[in-house]
Write a protein that binds this ligand. Structure first.
Ligand SMILES: Nc1nc2c(c(=O)[nH]1)N[C@H]1C(S)=C(S)[C@@H](COP(=O)(O)O)O[C@H]1N2
Ligand SMILES: [Mo]
Length: 251
């Protein structure tokens, strides 16, 4: 073999090794849960960096909690799409027939009433809702930790994400297991000492206080534990209404 073809062979080998290493790094990143589902978008590299940094450094970090004196006197309820017929029927019945369906990778799928949720271990936190549009307010949220629901139903080992839906078909979101099992992530039915009012997502809202407001979906009626987000909507883990926002919305 002459020198040139030997060099070409070596270069080719190095390139192939480089590509293999790149693919290996991507696959390790995925395996360690450091690549968000929207990594392929135009903000992909930035989203991956932010998500990986949070997951490596701040897995157990707590959202800031406030003293009672800082609860907002006039919390701001953002506009929502008009309530669906299904929602209006539940409201007319005082939400007694409202259910949280728990489906997917759990040993025991369930359909939980509000009373059943309230009978489980309860947690309260005074945290801020921050909208990506620039406003925020502080309130006390009371609910059932999502971690308690998932543990009770027996999460399967393949589980990686929790997708949560509302009576509004336009608004659903998903979080990874770190967020789902985090003690501040609440399936919320109380606000400032009373039942959660409808404008704030009553009767049931997913409160994810470590992330921006749009992850805190109102009127939640179904959660699905899954190993992949590909089969939901466009595959990025959020409804089309939210597709322009980062899937991981941690501060
Ligand atoms: N079902 C549903 N949940 C939703 C929304 C919505 O339009 N529909 N808006 C989201 C957005 S963008 C924000 S910032 C917060 C606002 O919460 P607030 O109304 O309590 O201020 O709710 C989130 N949850
Ligand atoms: Mo928002």
């Amino acid at each position: 073999m002459n020198n040139i073809s030997r060099r070409a062979l070596l270069a080719g080998g190095a390139l192939a090794a480089g590509a293999a290493a790149g693919a290996a790094i991507a696959s390790v990143g995925r395996r360690l849960g450091l690549v968000p589902p929207d990594a392929g978008g135009i903000y992909g590299p930035g989203e991956t960096l932010s998500y990986a940094a949070h997951r490596l450094l701040g897995r157990n970090a707590l959202a800031l909690e406030f003293p009672r004196s800082m609860i907002s006197a006039r919390p701001f309820a953002n506009a929502i799409s008009p309530p669906t017929e299904l929602f209006e029927r539940h409201r007319a019945a005082n939400f007694v027939n409202w259910r949280l369906e728990v489906q997917g990778l759990v040993a025991q799928p369930a359909s939980l009433s509000l009373a059943e949720l309230r009978a489980m271990p309860v947690h309260s936190q005074i945290t801020e809702v921050t909208c990506e549009e620039g406003w925020s307010y502080i309130a006390e949220w009371t609910g059932t930790p999502l971690s308690g629901i998932l543990s009770t139903m027996g999460m399967r080992s393949a589980a990686r994400y929790v997708v949560y839906f509302s009576t509004d078909p336009e608004w659903w979101e998903s979080i990874d297991l770190d967020e789902a099992m985090h003690p501040q992530t609440l399936v919320t039915w109380g606000m400032n000492g009373a039942d959660l009012p409808v404008p704030f997502g009553g009767p049931l809202r997913m409160r994810v206080p470590r992330q921006l407001g749009y992850k805190s979906v109102k009127f939640v009626n179904r959660i699905v534990v899954t190993d992949s987000l590909e089969q939901f909507g466009s595959g990025t883990g959020q409804s089309v209404a939210n597709d322009g926002y980062a899937w991981y919305a941690g501060a």
